[in-house]
Design a protein around this ligand. Structure first.
Ligand code: SAH
Length: 277
């Protein structure tokens, strides 16, 4: 679609792009083709699309013979999509973070940036073969960041634990209308088992959260100071944490496997039978 076509559609709907819903429409067919191409879709495969908008990406997915289930929060766009695609797609009008999702094999989406993180972890919980997602470039860089870099953090560890992730290509702001302020990237996410074991996933995630909330502190101080971790100890019962593995390092130096080692040792110190949620 060209800019003028996008504008015409919006005008026919009497609508302006909503900032709150992150409405930036893809106007570069090459980007659309490349993104859909990465999904290597086969006829009959079920593709989940989040935020189809006016259907620019949807049309390209359908042209591969794949089936589309699309979740769109904006009711006005849902009406437009019904007219445009009719029974060619299954459409759900709702918030993709909470809506019921039928089964799907793959995900292809130009994600509304506000929900990138919750939707990504929801998808990983649901399970899929591969996801080709447009996200903010800065977010993509945090997803794939290696230990020892400034972008490495809770998101990198959370993603690494569940999936293989790579940045497929970067996308300039000019590929969208209205133009966003920041650049985007298409990432490819392939779920896999973590290459290390974790005794308790919840503790692993809470320890990760605690140590990255205090990046400049030593691990033992971060764990003593953050509610995500000290909540595991009965009042006034905080043990000496200096004996934990990597206690004197800082979060960004630790690989996900080392954080797992730390969190397993931390688990052994917990004085509450179960954290009070
Ligand atoms: N895929 C289209 C539109 C992308 S803009 C294109 O590339 O041109 C992002 C879309 O996500 C908008 O249509 C917006 O209404 C929708 N959206 C925003 N928040 C959403 C949510 N929580 N659940 C589902 N859709 C959402």
């Amino acid at each position: 679609m060209r800019v003028q076509e996008v504008k015409n559609v919006l005008e026919s709907m009497g609508k302006r792009p909503s900032k709150r819903l992150g409405q930036h429409f893809l106007i570069d067919d090459k980007v659309i083709e490349r993104q859909v191409g990465l999904a290597a879709l086969e006829p009959g495969e079920k593709v989940l699309e989040i935020g189809p908008g006016m259907g620019n990406l949807t049309e390209a997915i359908l042209s591969t013979g794949a089936e589309v289930v699309a979740v769109e929060a904006d009711a006005a766009f849902c009406r437009f999509l019904e007219r445009r695609f009719g029974s060619r797609i299954t459409l759900i009008n709702g918030d993709a973070v909470n809506a019921f999702l039928p089964e799907f094999d793959k995900v292809v989406a130009n994600l509304p940036y506000q929900i990138s993180s919750p939707i990504m972890f929801r998808l990983l919980n649901e399970g899929f073969e591969t996801a080709i997602l447009m996200v903010q470039r800065e977010f993509a860089e945090r997803m794939v960041a290696e230990p020892g870099t400034k972008d490495y953090g809770r998101l990198s560890v959370g993603i690494f634990y569940r999936a293989r992730c790579e940045i497929a290509f970067n996308v300039p702001t000019t590929a969208f209308w209205p133009q966003p302020r920041v650049e985007s990237s298409v990432v490819m996410l392939t779920p896999r088992r973590a290459p290390f074991a974790v005794a308790d996933e919840r503790v692993f995630h809470d320890v990760t959260k605690a140590i990255f909330s205090h990046r400049r502190k030593k691990i033992h101080n971060a764990l003593a100071d953050d509610p995500a971790s000290y909540a595991y100890f009965a009042d006034g019962d905080a043990p000496d944490l200096k004996g934990l593995p990597h206690a004197s390092s800082r979060a960004e130096q630790l690989t996900p496997a080392e954080i797992a080692e730390l969190s397993d040792a931390f688990l052994g110190l917990i004085t509450l039978p179960k954290r009070i949620a």
